[in-house]
Design a protein around this ligand. Sequence first.
Ligand code: SF4
Length: 412
Amino acid sequence: MKYPQSAYLHIPFCHRRCFYCDFPVVPLGDKANGENGPGSSSINSYLKLLHKEIKLAPKGISLSTIYIGGGTPSLLSPNQISKLLNVLRDHFGFKYGAEITLEIDPASFDEVSLEGFLDAGINRLSLGAQSFDDCVLKKLGRRHTFKDLSDACYLIGASFSKGKLLSWSLDLIQNLPGQELISWKDQIERAVSFNPPHLSIYDLSIEKGTVFEKRQRRGELFLPNDEVSADISKMTSKMLKSAGFSRYEISNYALPGHASRHNRVYWSASDWWGFGQGATSCLSGKRLSRPRTRETYKNWIESVESKGYDQFFKSFDQKPSFSFDDMIIVGLRRREGIDLKELLKSLGWNDIRIDQNLNELRFKLKDQFDIGLIKQIGYRFYLTDPDGMDLSNQIIVEILLWWESLNDFSVA
Ligand code: SF4
């Protein structure tokens, strides 16, 4: 087995559940605090399980990217983050220059804890801004305010300019209820004014069981219509391009040298370790999600412990590895797209068969090629920015339909 060079650690705790979120999180209340405050016993007992899970894994090879996500991992104290990284480092080792990212919530840290996180080894931060508008933040159910957010940006920006941080990212959500072109323009301008070298901009999606879904069912959620939504997406791309950002993935923009190395692992269909309640790992192209509740996660760790990791790995062999569908869905999200010849060759296809079938695919996608949604260099197919990326679902569906229409697609 080829061991991964990346690890994702999941911290499932949040202060409260945001109105749009369906992640497997454990809300601990607004006053929750990692080491001593409310919720700390729950956090400490979870961390014991997480340390145990890491220690049960085979030693593998040293890691080049580590991502601590959630949830709200910045709810943990610097000491807890430091211990967690030490367990991981002792077990796998970290490569020189490893990228170590922590997701951070604007209202959950101050100058002292930020210093503590950096001393613990964190060298990249991903700040969950979501919006610079207090009214919108309230409607999203977020705990932070614009003041918290701007203070956070200044603190992080100062660490970055002193060279204490390698990079940082700011996350925003677009196409929120009531959003208009003019208000969104203001959001992007504010974001750029804080000089983050990386921006992640996600479309709001309405998930089952969330407060937003209930509001939508009651007709109380006024989302931008398709036309406004398309204009918002196009404006995002245009404004960030003129500010020097490159859209290296559908939802991610970076200044030169600041693309997230960890996220590229997911989009290039490489393997990664996943640790923690609800976390997914990908080993030998096979994905495994851990149980989403504390009790079931604990039982799962006990069963891995009693059967041994070898048994656990055997269960991976019974699952199919990356499918063509997975590779297309993740590959086309990237600016560079995907080399379809290489992909089909990896399935055992010969050159003649590849050329015949790709000619047919090009014919099926003629309209999308003609209006410039998709382009091709050699055998590499990629979506254009912004038109193709904004209609990515439509194009991906066409390609998957072509794939399904082949009678004998899986083997040579
Ligand atoms: S902070 Fe993030 S993970 Fe936690 S509830 Fe809100 S959106 Fe979900």
